[in-house]
Design a protein around this ligand. Structure first.
Ligand SMILES: NC(=O)c1ccc[n+]([C@@H]2O[C@H](COP(=O)([O-])OP(=O)(O)OC[C@H]3O[C@@H](n4cnc5c(N)ncnc54)[C@H](OP(=O)(O)O)[C@@H]3O)[C@@H](O)[C@H]2O)c1
Length: 227
């Protein structure tokens, strides 16, 4: 039984991942700004909700400590929440819009990861941690859709590089970082919208973190299968 700390667990992919990891018998500490009825219905001894606004990093440490006090440790951090503000061309943003997008989509996962690594790795010599960053195809070089979402694309590209950098550091072995790079993903209607399903993402994450000692797959791009 693992403990999973996930951001953006109230709906969308995050909610689906909460369900996925609970169904596999894990403990889940789900965070978001709002407690939706769907997430509320999952709360029990193995699933805790913690209200967390990713634009307020001052509150991150207390959330991490609350999770560790409740469940003993954190085995997997899933950086899922993002603050996509919508498409706009560069040249049309206010300072506040730029700061908001970067603060939730890029800076918040960086600060949260910094805190979780610090707390977990200092627990004991044998401590280990898996980290998932949910990036996006917008963050890939050559992606043709990123032009309308320059701040989101820049933030998601930064997460890919952050994950690579963690794996290139002396933390490797104790901390394993994975980046998931989805194209279009949906709960359902993924045939009409040419999207992969949220469940595909959950299954992929489980495969990555449980794939054994001799194989390490640090990044996965998930595309819908075109028919
Ligand atoms: N859907 C796609 O096609 C697609 C494609 C590529 C990548 N992605 C990535 O996949 C991840 C999940 O996407 P999604 O489609 O599931 O998004 P979504 O349905 O919009 O859900 C976003 C989640 O993030 C939380 N969140 C947003 N702003 C927050 C804030 N300031 N503080 C705390 N939580 C916040 C939301 O909860 P509250 O509003 O309750 O706080 C919600 O739980 C994101 O990182 C996204 O960039 C999605």
């Amino acid at each position: 039984m693992k403990t999973i700390f996930i951001t953006g667990g109230s709906r969308g992919l995050g909610l689906s991942l909460v369900k996925h990891f609970l169904e596999l018998g894990n403990r889940v500490f789900a965070t978001s700004r709002t407690l939706t009825p769907e997430l509320e219905s999952l709360i029990d001894d193995n699933c805790e909700f913690h209200s967390l606004d990713m634009s307020n990093p001052e509150s991150f440490e207390s959330a991490v400590v609350t999770c560790i006090n409740k469940f003993g440790s954190i085995d997997l951090l899933i950086n899922n929440a993002s603050g996509m503000t919508g498409g706009q061309l560069i040249g049309s943003y206010s300072i506040q819009e730029i700061q908001e997008e970067y603060s939730v989509t890029m800076i918040a996962p960086t600060i949260l990861t910094n805190i979780v690594v610090n707390k977990i790795i200092n627990m004991s010599d044998e401590a280990s941690l898996d980290i998932i960053f949910i990036s996006s195809s917008s963050g890939l070089i050559g992606d043709s859709t990123c032009g309308e979402y320059p701040l989101y694309a820049a933030s998601k590209a930064a997460l890919i590089r952050l994950s690579d950098s963690i794996n290139s550091s002396s933390l490797r072995g104790s901390v394993n970082s994975y980046v998931i790079i989805p194209h279009n993903i949906r709960e359902n209607d993924y045939i009409n919208e040419q999207a992969a399903s949220y469940k595909d993402v959950g299954r992929t994450i489980s495969y990555l973190i449980d794939s054994g000692d001799n194989i390490f797959i640090p990044r996965v791009e998930i595309q819908p299968k075109f028919k």
